[in-house]
Design a protein around this ligand. Structure first.
Ligand code: UD1
Ligand code: CA
Length: 453
C-alpha cells in the first residue's frame, strides 16, 4: 500500500511578526518545515507534497528535491490547502499523512504508531491527539459517550463546555487517500474564521459512518505547534534537549546540557567533552577526544581528534588533530590549522593556512597568510595585509622564527628557517636561513635620567 504525505506550509505566520515565513524559522539551526519533512520521510513515503504559498520560492529552495510542491495562492484554510494536492494525489489508492509545517518536534516513532493504529482499525481517518495542560488555541477533540471521536472544534468556535476539553488536534492525520479528496469537496467555511477547515473532514466522515479513530500520544511536547516566538523558544529548548541527549548516548560528555547549544546537523565523536556555554552550529563536525569550551562558538568547522578549543570562536574553518585554540582566539572563515598547531590568547586568524606544529601563541593577527610547518610566531606579530584598498598575501616558510612585535608588510615572503628580529618591520622578502633585523638602533644617553630628577 502506497503512503503519501501532505505538508501544509503556505501560511504567512502572522503571529510570528516576522519578515521570515513561519515554517522557515529555524529550530536548532534547521527550518521547522525541514524537521517535519525529515521526520515524515523516515516512514517510507512514496511521495511527499508540500503546499506552499507565502514565501513559496524560499520554502522550495530550502527543501529542494526532498518534496514535490503545489501552490496555494490564497490561504483559505487547511482543507483548502490539502485540496491543492489533488492533481498529484487524488484517485491513488493508499494512505495519506497530513502534517503542518509548524510542528517541528514530531517524532518518527509517533508517526509510525499513528500509522499502525490507522491500519489496524482499517480506518478512513485517524487523528493524532495529545492532552495539553493548557489547550488554548488548539482545535478540541470532541468524543461521544462511547469515546468515539465525533468532530474537532477549533478554539475560536468552541462553546464553554468544549473549551474545557484538554484533548486537542495536533494537526497530524492519516487518511484513506481517495476518501480524503472526495470528502474535502464537502467542507464548507461557515465558521468564525470563514476558513475551510481540514478538521471538518472528521465530522463528515463520522456522519457517513466511516471509521474515524484517534491516537493520543503521551508526549505533549512533540506536538507543539509554533505560532509565535514564545512557542519557538519552547520548541528550541525541547529540540536542544533531544539533540544533547542523542550526543550523550553516543559517548559525548556534556557537562551541563542546559547550557550547551548544539544544532541539528552537528556531528561529535566519542569521548569528546563539551563544556558549558558552547554554541556549536551549522555543519560542524568534531572528532573524538576533543575538549570544547567553556564558552566557545563553533560554526561550520571541520575539527579533528584531540583538539582543544577554549573560550574561542571559530567559523567556516578546518582544524586538524591535536590543535589547540584559545583561550580567547578568533578563527575567521577559510582558515586551515594543521596538526598540532597552537593558537593562543588574543590571536586572530583570517583566511590563513598554518601548517603542522606551528605556533602563534599570543596577541597576533595572521590574515591572508600561508605559514609552513614548525614556524614560531612571536607575541604581537602582525601580517600587515591591507593598504586601505587591497589585501596582500604573507608567506612564511617552514621552520622560520618570527620575533615578537614584528610587522610583516605584505606582499612578503619569509624564506625557510629564517629569523626575524623582534620589533622588525619587514618590507621586503627575507632569504632562507638568514636573520633580518629591521628596526632603529638603540641609543643610550648616559646620566640623562638622573639629571632630569
Ligand atoms: C491548526 C488546526 C487545529 C490544531 C492546530 C495544531 C485547522 C483548522 N486547525 O490550527 O485544529 O489544533 O493546527 O497545531 O486545521 N496553512 C496553509 N494554508 C492555509 C492555512 C494554513 O498552508 O490556508 C498551513 C500553515 O502554514 C501552518 C498549518 O497549515 O503550517 C496550520 O495552520 P495554522 O494557521 O497554524 O493553524 P492553527 O490555527 O494552528
Ligand atoms: Ca499552528
Amino acid at each position: 500500500m502506497d503512503k503519501f504525505a501532505v505538508v501544509l506550509a503556505a501560511g504567512q505566520g502572522t503571529r510570528m511578526k516576522s519578515d521570515l515565513y513561519k515554517v522557515l524559522h529555524p529550530v536548532c539551526g534547521k527550518a521547522m518545515v525541514q524537521h517535519v519533512i525529515d521526520a515524515v520521510s523516515a516512514i517510507d513515503i512514496t511521495q511527499v507534497v508540500t503546499v506552499v504559498g507565502h514565501g513559496a520560492d524560499s520554502v522550495k529552495s530550502v527543501l529542494g528535491t526532498k518534496s514535490n510542491f503545489v501552490f496555494q495562492d490564497a490561504q483559505l484554510g487547511t482543507a483548502h490547502a490539502v485540496m491543492k494536492a489533488e492533481p498529484l494525489l487524488s484517485g491513488k489508492p493508499g494512505t495519506t499523512v497530513v502534517l503542518c509545517g509548524d510542528t517541528p518536534l514530531i517524532k518518527v516513532s509517533t508517526l509510525e504508531n499513528l500509522l499502525a493504529v490507522h491500519m489496524s482499525n482499517n480506518a478512513s481517518a485517524t487523528v493524532l491527539t495529545a492532552i495539553a495542560p493548557d489547550p488554548t488555541g488548539y482545535g478540541r477533540i470532541i468524543r461521544d459517550t462511547d469515546g468515539h471521536v465525533t468532530k474537532i472544534v477549533e478554539h475560536k468556535d468552541c462553546d464553554e463546555g468544549q473549551l474545557r476539553v484538554r484533548e486537542f488536534n495536533t494537526g497530524i492525520f492519516c487518511f484513506d487517500n481517495q476518501l480524503l479528496f472526495e470528502t474535502l469537496k464537502k467542507v464548507g467555511n461557515q465558521n468564525t474564521q470563514n476558513e475551510f477547515y481540514l478538521t471538518d473532514v472528521i465530522e463528515i466522515l463520522q456522519q457517513e459512518n466511516k471509521t474515524v479513530t484517534a491516537f493520543c500520544t503521551p508526549d505533549f511536547d512533540e506536538t507543539l505547534g509554533v505560532n509565535d516566538r514564545v512557542q519557538l523558544a519552547q520548541a528550541e529548548r525541547i529540540m536542544q534537549c533531544r539533540i544533547n541527549e542523542q550526543h550523550m548516548r553516543n559517548g559525548v560528555t556534556i557537562t551541563d546540557p542546559a547550557a550547551t547549544y548544539i544544532h541539528a546537523n552537528v556531528v561529535i565523536g566519542r569521548d569528546s567533552l563539551i563544556r558549558p556555554g558552547s554554541v556549536i552550529t551549522g555543519t560542524t563536525a568534531i572528532g573524538e577526544n576533543c575538549i570544547i569550551g567553556p564558552n566557545s562558538e563553533i560554526h561550520n568547522c571541520q575539527i579533528g581528534n584531540s583538539v582543544t578549543i577554549r573560550q574561542s570562536t571559530t567559523f567556516d574553518s578546518t582544524i586538524a588533530h591535536e590543535a589547540q585554540v584559545g583561550p580567547f582566539a578568533h578563527i575567521r572563515p577559510t582558515s586551515e590549522l594543521g596538526r598540532g598547531v597552537k593558537i593562543g590568547n588574543f590571536v586572530e586568524v583570517k583566511k590563513a593556512t598554518i601548517d603542522t606544529n606551528s605556533k602563534v601563541s599570543h596577541l597576533s593577527y595572521i590574515g591572508d597568510a600561508k605559514i609552513g610547518r614548525d614556524v614560531n610566531i612571536g607575541c604581537g606579530t602582525i601580517t600587515v595585509n591591507y593598504d586601505g584598498k587591497s589585501k596582500f598575501q604573507t608567506t612564511i616558510e617552514d621552520g622560520s622564527f618570527v620575533g615578537c612585535n614584528a610587522n610583516l608588510i605584505a606582499p612578503v615572503v619569509i624564506g625557510k628557517n629564517a629569523i626575524i628580529a623582534a620589533g622588525s618591520t619587514i618590507t621586503s622578502d627575507v632569504p632562507a636561513d638568514s636573520l633580518s633585523i629591521a628596526r632603529a638602533r638603540q641609543v643610550d644617553k648616559l646620566g640623562y635620567a638622573k639629571k632630569r630628577k
